[in-house]
Design a protein around this ligand. Sequence first.
Ligand code: SF4
Length: 349
Amino acid sequence: MRRVSILGATFDQVREHARRHVGRGSGEAAAVYRHAFATGALAPEACNLGPAAAHRWHDAFDIALPDVAHTDVAHTDVAAAGDVAKAALRFADGRSVECVRIPLGRGRESLCLSSQVGCARACAFCETARMGLVRQLTADEIVAQLVVARTQLAWRPSTVVFMGMGEPLDNVDAVADAIDVFVDRRGPALRHDAITVCTVGHVPGLDTLRARAPRRLNVALSLNAADDTLRAEIMPVAHRWPLAEVQAALQRFRRRSNQVLGIHYCLLPGINDTRADARAVAAFCEPLGRAWVHLIPYNPGTEPLTRAPREHEVTRFIAWLRENGLAVRRRITKGDDVMAACGQLRTAR
Ligand code: SF4
């Protein structure tokens, strides 16, 4: 009999496996499943089950949580909404990923998740790219990041964003399986629109996610240049899927009229910060319907591509985007002193 990892399975999948191999009903499965997500432990004995039934549960299921190898708390939170914190989580094979607690203000927080150990996409501004792709995460390893955050780190994320290590759509099946678990009301019970998948523009991955994921799932594109030639210089993925194909895939992905696409733009001084660049972003977004541009000032890593933008350069670029009719949010730089800011995650320590 195959042992099923509870963290990578929906309640319906657990109930069916329990029916076949434990011989127990729905109520008992619901109790064990809820307890597992609340505590991070498979503990049927804590759910008033006798020793024989508990033994069968342990034979049929397991939970493997990664170790918390390291945590860092940032001291540069200009929004004063709480501490940015980063945790390195080590799996049984010794491989690690990082996840980040991002305070959102008014007591809310988000969890930035990883979907791969390393990444194959080689974006020039990204620390993770320097690792190359080490391996994919499984669905239960993705979900385990949320469970560890809640049960061991005392973080309280109400939203999750796939913006940590890895290109999520290079691992789309595991990501879609994890999303199914995240929204399971007997498990983590996240709202469908509390989940955002950020991609470099993986066209077939967007189509797969569209077919599999909840209608209210959010997607964001890591754009960074709205010209194919420039984009290919800083994001090799542009050679594979040019912007016209990415734009068409995003249009197909829109399944409700009020859906707001996220467009992430890392501002790189001297590279993508001219008025013409801002106009090109507006032209790219124009056919996409409602979109928010999230402007992310570049956070130099260990081998900087350029310097961090100065304050007046950030505000000037935002003004150019707005004069072209775009809605813009500025991403406050949080966590750069502990390498927890956007583009700085890496586990080569
Ligand atoms: S920015 Fe994202 S897709 Fe690009 S190399 Fe880094 S982790 Fe991979």
